[in-house]
Design a protein around this ligand. Structure first.
Ligand code: FES
Ligand code: FES
Length: 426
């Protein structure tokens, strides 16, 4: 299981639903997500590799990627890999006694930081009511949205922007919603998923798997019925009576979740390798036959072999390049097809177990494995025979065992497997 670490400002219903349904585990991924209180903390963790991904705002990405004066003092090569939501009800809430925007003249309004995307949206909202920044109200920086919600409740500011369950909680407590950001700034993108370019480039298959699980969760979330109400109540920390409001916000085209447009799945590398959004077919040569396959270029080779070409000898074991069940030959070299993006093997010679031999004309190794009864369940065997087919003759047992170090067998058939290979090479 590969663990991905994610830093977020507000708990994500998408992550929660994906976890609840085992969508990440299905791809061999475990998610460790933790809240962060500030963008410098979030981006420094991303920069040093303590986080693989962040749920953040697009202006943070711009600031840390391009700004020479960001609060880390260094540029971070961070890329947006997908839009997440439009603010989830992002609204200006006033403290007790504030009944309308005009009541904020001369008062203190809390922002995360004065130059954030949230803050600029706030200034715009206030401007539509005739309140000018620097003249008609004072600004105070108070950090993340949950912190500002506490400050509002305690009267340490007179108004601030809140979203999601915090709006529901504030309204339930009798505070007045003075205006929604989506009414004045449209289209508005509040949350994005981002990672460093280096991480995206070096983990194309994991990005793809994560993206698939994420998209499944978004689709499930938008299609779900009342069965997920307890999950929504938990994530947004609202009572059951607040869940219908949350549900409305999630589905709101302006403020809610951003489903991927058809054909626009997130791809590894954040698309910055220049792959077309509607890719050309990928040309593959497998077992001597040519194929043009319609697929995303970052699709793992294993998926294409099994699902598109019907070559099912190679198996999905770990999906992480650790077990060898998916081994095929690429230009004669044993290769884990589970974490090999298909674009990287276009034009190369790919050989699977089916290309080594079949029931009518078995490869000498296949004959030896049958003679030695070297399989138990057989799940690992295709990868093992493919790997063994590249070994020189004359190796001793220790050398054969060392050569098969990357091919795991859960059934404990190792001794028979090694005997079969040695017999074949005699
Ligand atoms: S499935 Fe385990 S290495 Fe590919
Ligand atoms: S024979 Fe079952 S995993 Fe190897």
């Amino acid at each position: 299981m590969r663990t991905l670490r994610i830093g977020y400002f507000s708990a994500s219903p998408i992550l929660a639903l994906a976890r609840a349904h085992g969508l990440f585990a299905r791809h061999g991924l475990a998610i460790e997500a933790e809240p962060v209180t500030s963008s410098p903390a979030q981006f420094s963790s991303l920069h040093v590799g303590a986080y693989d991904l962040v749920l953040t705002s697009p202006d943070n990405v711009a600031s840390y990627r391009f700004g020479t004066d960001n609060r880390l003092g260094v540029r971070v090569d961070v890329r947006i890999i997908r839009a997440v939501d439009g603010g989830l009800g992002l609204s200006l809430l006033g403290t007790h006694g504030v009944r309308c925007v005009d009541d904020l003249r001369g008062r203190v309004i809390a922002v995360d930081v004065p130059d954030s995307g949230f803050a600029f949206a706030l200034y715009e909202l206030l401007a539509t009511h005739g309140l000018r920044r620097g003249t008609d109200y004072d600004i105070i920086a108070m950090g993340s949205t949950p912190r500002r919600a506490v400050a509002l409740r305690e009267g340490r500011c007179h108004a601030t922007l809140l979203n999601g369950g915090l709006v529901v909680a504030a309204e339930t407590a009798g505070l007045v919603n003075l205006g929604r950001i989506s009414d004045v700034v449209r289209p508005y993108l509040a949350t994005v998923l981002a990672a460093t370019g280096q991480w995206l480039d070096t983990h194309p298959v994991i990005v793809r798997q994560f993206s698939d699980a994420w998209q499944q969760a978004v689709t499930l979330l938008l299609a779900a019925g009342a069965d997920i109400d307890p999950l929504l109540a938990d994530v947004f920390r609202v009572p059951a009576t607040g869940v219908p409001t949350i549900r409305r916000v999630l589905h709101d085209p302006a403020e809610g979740l951003r489903p991927a447009r058809p054909g626009h799945a997130v791809r590894a590398g954040g698309g910055h390798r220049g792959h077309a959004m509607n890719p050309e077919p990928v040309h593959l040569t497998v077992n001597g036959a040519d194929h043009d396959v319609d697929c995303e270029p970052d699709t793992p080779l294993l998926y294409v072999l099994r699902n598109d070409l019907g070559l099912t000898a190679a198996k999905f074991g770990c999906g992480l390049g650790s077990c060898g069940a998916c081994t095929v030959l690429v230009d004669g070299r044993p290769t884990h097809s589970c974490d090999t993006p298909v674009w990287s093997v276009a034009g190369k010679q790919i050989r699977t177990l089916e290309g080594l031999g079949d029931a009518a004309r078995p490869h000498p190794l296949q004959r030896a494995f049958i003679a030695e009864q070297a399989m138990q369940c057989g799940y690992c065997i295709a990868g093992i025979i493919v790997t063994a087919s590249t070994l020189d003759r004359g190796l001793d047992e220790a050398q054969v065992r060392a050569a098969l170090d990357g091919n795991l067998c859960r059934c404990g058939a190792h001794n028979r497997i090694v005997r079969a290979i040695m017999a074949c090479h005699d």
